[in-house]
Design a protein around this ligand. Structure first.
Ligand SMILES: [Cu+2]
Length: 83
């Protein structure tokens, strides 16, 4: 199941690429799609992989962006998930 992360700001392709690259570094992530219009990144896991929402949230922060909301199989979060 995919996870969608909405960011405070995502205004150019360079930043979108940077966010996608950080998310792709996480083990178990198969693909990442970004959308400047909705300021979001959608993470598709590899089959059977269950991703840590906290790790995804932190990857966005490492790319210098602020996540506002994360929605995925483990729930909906509006602050950094604990796990
Ligand atoms: Cu940018």
């Amino acid at each position: 199941m995919k996870t969608t992360i909405t960011l405070e700001v995502l205004s150019c392709e360079g930043c979108a690429r940077n966010v996608a690259a950080k998310l792709l570094e996480i083990r178990g992530v198969a693909n990442v799609k970004t959308d400047l219009k909705t300021k979001s990144a959608t993470v598709i896991p590899k089959a059977e992989a269950s991703l840590s929402p906290r790790q995804l949230w932190e990857a966005v922060e490492k790319a210098g962006k602020k996540p506002l909301k994360l929605q995925g199989p483990s729930g909906t979060f509006t602050s950094k998930p604990k796990m």
